[in-house]
Design a protein around this ligand. Structure first.
Ligand code: PGA
Length: 296
């Protein structure tokens, strides 16, 4: 597990944007928007001389909550500056509340529209969020899982983390192999999220969430955490035993996970110096690769 410790939330947002833009290839997609139809990609034959979209959209997993807002702001700025494009991406959000209709400003549908989608060029119909305004929630969850599969799985997953170590709304005790389904939210999670509602009682009690198995299938994962409130969850995730009591700890089994955190969220880590040294070495390796010089 790669642990990147940065000065503050702003530095996390900037580095997360830089890292994700590089990993998703968002800068390569500038100029492809006019080649992408809402129904899918146009053929690329004969277009070799201009920028052409990739054969298959890049599938990005997205998170809500306070933490990814800085990253989304950075993406929006880069898009508005003409540096990146989402024309060849497709997105799947982690979760949605049960009992909050999509048009309600407190829904994650509304959050995504307001904080990202309405500002960028992701094609209409290419962004998915679990549907909870239905009578059959189990069927809706299974359908969401199927849609992810049909899209070829998630290439790059953005994650936040709950103060109790949840990822998505996979609360403690979630099966580490779980798929998209309905989960009951813990009191702690509902208290953490009460700031977005008029009262604690108004916070929904359930959500549809991608499962831990669904998240683990993502090819690459970027988990962001800022603030002292996340310090214990981060320590348990990176340095604790793997346990369903801390769902994020299962990420230790994934071969491409980066925890990008600020100093406050890093404050309880026992091996802080080692993580900083590893990052410094990573930069030396990259420098050697770009200059062709061997590391002494
Ligand atoms: P937050 O939520 O970003 O608002 O802290 C994270 C989460 O609960 O996963």
């Amino acid at each position: 597990m790669r642990v990147v410790i940065l000065k503050n939330a702003d530095a996390v947002a900037k580095s997360a944007a830089e890292e994700s833009i590089r990993r998703i290839g968002l800068a390569d997609l500038v100029g492809t928007a006019d080649l992408v139809g809402t129904a899918g990609l146009v053929g690329t034959a004969g277009l070799d001389s201009v920028k052409t979209p990739l054969e298959k959209p890049v599938v990005v997993g997205l998170a809500t909550g306070g933490t990814p807002l800085g990253l989304y702001r950075e993406w929006i700025h880069a898009y508005q500056a003409g540096q990146i494009s989402f024309a060849n991406t497709m997105s799947f959000n982690l979760d949605e509340y049960v009992g909050i209709p999509p048009r309600d400003p407190r829904s994650y549908h509304a959050y995504m529209h307001e904080n990202l989608f309405r500002h960028i060029d992701i094609p209409p119909g290419r962004s998915f969020i679990p549907k909870t305004d239905v009578s059959n929630l189990d069927e809706s969850a299974a359908d969401y899982e199927w849609k992810i599969e049909q899209a070829g799985g998630i290439d790059y997953q953005i994650l936040g983390i709950g103060s109790d170590g949840h990822i998505g709304f996979n609360e403690m005790g979630s099966s580490l192999a779980s798929r998209t389904r309905v989960k009951t939210l813990t009191k702690k999670t509902r208290m953490d999220n009460a700031r977005y509602f008029d009262s604690f009682d108004a916070v929904p009690k359930m959500a549809i969430t991608m499962g831990i198995g669904t998240i683990m299938n993502a090819r690459s994962i970027l988990l962001l955490a800022t603030g002292a409130g996340k310090a214990k969850a981060i320590r348990d995730t990176a340095e604790g035993p793997v346990t369903a009591m801390v769902p994020a700890s299962v990420l230790q089994f994934h071969d491409d996970v980066t925890l990008m955190i600020d100093e406050e969220a890093a404050k309880d880590l026992s091996h802080r110096e080692y993580y900083l040294e590893s990052e410094a070495n990573r930069r030396r390796i990259e420098l050697a690769e770009s200059t062709g010089l061997q590391i002494e």
